[in-house]
Design a protein around this ligand. Sequence first.
Ligand code: CP
Length: 311
Amino acid sequence: MSLIGRHLIDPNDLTLEETQQIIDLGLKIYKNPADYADVCKGKILGTLFYEPSTRTRLSFESAMLRLGGTILGFSDANTSAVKKGESIADTIRVLDDYADILVMRHPREGAPKLASQYSTVSLINGGDGGHQHPTQTLTDLITIQNYKGKLENLKVAFCGDLLFGRTVHSLLKSLSRYPNMSFILISPPELKIPYHLKDEILHNHNVEIIETNSLETYMPEIDILYMTRIQKERFFNEEEYVKLKDSFILSRDKLENAKKDMLVLHPLPRVNEISYDVDLDPRGKYFEQAKLGVYVRMALISLLLGVIEPC
Ligand code: CP
C-alpha cells in the first residue's frame, strides 16, 4: 500500500515492509544527499511543537530544507493562538491549508491521533507525552541497520525510565515484530514498562523479555544497549524524581565486560545517565543516531508526499 497521504501516529501504523522501505531510502539518501536536493521544491512542512524539542523539530526542519522544501510552525504553543484557547481541531483545520505535511509534538497522550482525524494532509506524531514516538523509532532502526547490518536476532537492553519513556515504548513495539529478538528491561521497580505494553508484546510476538534492576548483570550478552533519561517532566512530585534520577549511570569502565561490537544508543537529551567518557568509546553511537535521524526523516517526508518512489 502506498504511503502517500498517510498519518504516522504509532510505529505499527507502518508494516515491516513499509518500515524497511523508509530505512532503505534513508540510507540511500544518506550516501548521496545531493541527489535529493530539490525533490520537495514548492512543498511546506508545518511543525507544531506544544512541548520542547531540539532533535525532533530541528531534524524534521533540516530534512525538509535539505529536500528543497520550506518550513513554518511554532516551537512554543504560547506564541500561537493556543494561548487564546484554540482547540487542536481548529488549529489543524487551518494549518492543513498552510502546509503540505504536518509534524506535531504534544505533552498529552493521544493529541496527535486526535489531530490526525482533522487533517487532510499527512500528520506525523513527533512524540505524545509518555506514549509513542514513531520517528525516533525510525531513527533508532536506521542506526541499528547501519551499524549492525540487520534488524533481527538481536538482544536489546532498554535502561532507565521504561514507564514514561515513549521512545522505549515505540522501539519495543517495532522491534518485537522482527525474528528472534530478546529484550532485557532494566529499570527501578517504580519505572517498569506499563503492564499493558508488556502484555501486548508477549501476546502478539514470540519474544523473550527479562526484567531486572541491574545494569551490570546482563552486560556481556547485550547487542544493543538503549539508555534513556529519567524524565523529570513526567513526574508528579520532585521528591520521587530526585530519588530515582541517578538510578543508572553508564560509565566507560562498565563497558569492559560488554561485547566489542555492542552499540550504545540514546534518543537524547542525556543528563547523567551516560558519562562523557563513554563518548570516546567507539560503541557509543548516540550522536551518529541523531545524525541519521535527519536522513530517515527525509525518506519519510518524501514517501508521505509521494515525491520519490520507494527503493
Ligand atoms: N529524541 C528526541 O525526541 O529529542 P528531542 O526531545 O530533542 O526532540
